[in-house]
Design a protein around this ligand. Structure first.
Ligand code: SF4
Length: 314
């Protein structure tokens, strides 16, 4: 984590604020009323009722921090059960699943890994595996030859360099084959409880829509957003943003009319604003559908979320 900016780092904070300030808000909205949906409702995402987006003056650094944190608080109420959407029971499973999730959905990975980990439960087992047999198992995840190479190489490195254990440090994790900063932060945040910001495609899209930063390079986004939040919020913040991107604020058709944070969003109106039509765009539990994990945490099930079906079950 040494390379990561801390929430209190002044110079990085100032840079980030400068970047965000530039982007800020030719027409950042004023908050006219509290988001309609304060409830942890899985069945329905409460629609934004009246959203008055007024042109605003440039948003100050302090106002941006306040608005960003408020969005995160609202999202925490909308997704109190947010969690990593890859099934795993130990750091080895998480690092392998994260590598496999490139260019495919978490759902497809979750449907594939039970067979993989049943046959190769440890780094030693996978390091010694016959690549053709692993390829057959990984075929549904796409790019299965390259992924087979990565997970076998990764397992060999774990056995040879780390005694068969996944290391809990950023600088060690990024040395493993197929593991970049994004994967490393997923593993650190979720298997080791170390704060990390996961800058995936959803995260990049949403923070730009919210004008939290106009950076485009993932490392710079990570630093800019890190400066807006205390370090202790980073992992949960990543889950909230990614969950919102998957369920409501989609790339092509954001469901603005069903978005609980619409009053705080400068991009309100980029997607469907009609509440009924927007409701139909919702995905996963917000749209009443199963989630991505075959074994989600109990908190998700308690809130009415449904487990994803195994491979071939629909
Ligand atoms: S763009 Fe629309 S869906 Fe996305 S956060 Fe803003 S209001 Fe919500």
């Amino acid at each position: 984590m040494g390379e990561q900016n801390s929430g209190g780092g002044k110079s990085k904070g100032e840079k980030a604020v400068k970047a965000t300030k530039k982007a800020a808000v030719k027409k950042a909205p004023e908050v006219v009323k509290k988001a309609a949906a304060k409830k942890v409702a899985v069945k329905k995402a409460a629609p934004a009722k009246k959203v008055a987006v007024k042109p605003a003056k440039a948003e100050s650094a302090t106002a941006l921090v306040r608005r960003a944190r408020r969005i995160n608080r609202e999202l925490a109420e909308v997704y109190p059960y947010a969690h990593p959407e890859l099934d795993f029971t130990n750091p080895f499973q998480l690092v392998v699943a994260t590598v496999l999730s490139a260019q495919t959905t978490d759902l497809r990975v979750n449907q594939t890994t039970p067979a993989l980990f049943a046959k190769y439960p440890t780094p030693e087992d996978l390091a010694a595996a016959n690549p053709e047999e692993v390829e057959e198992i990984l075929r549904p995840t796409g790019f299965f030859r390259a992924k087979t190479k990565s997970v076998i190489g990764l397992s060999k490195a774990l056995v040879e360099q780390f005694g068969g254990e996944v290391p809990g440090k950023l600088e060690d994790l990024v040395k493993l084959p197929g593991v970049g900063r994004k994967t490393a932060f997923v593993v650190l945040g979720n298997a080791f409880g170390r704060p990390g910001i996961t800058v995936d495609t959803h995260f990049q899209r949403l923070v730009r829509r919210w004008r939290w930063t106009d950076e485009t390079d993932p490392d710079k986004i990570e630093a800019a957003i890190g400066a807006l939040f205390p370090k202790s919020d980073w992992t949960d913040l990543s889950h909230h943003v990614i969950w919102h991107g998957r369920r409501i604020c989609h790339a092509r058709k954001p469901a603005c009319g069903a978005c609980p944070i619409a009053p705080l969003c400068p991009a309100y109106g980029e997607g469907e604003t009609d509440p009924e039509k927007a409701q139909k765009l919702l995905k996963y539990e917000k749209g009443g559908f199963p989630g991505q994990r075959l074994n989600p945490p109990q908190s998700y099930l308690d809130a009415g979320g449904k487990a994803a079906p195994p491979l071939g079950a629909g």
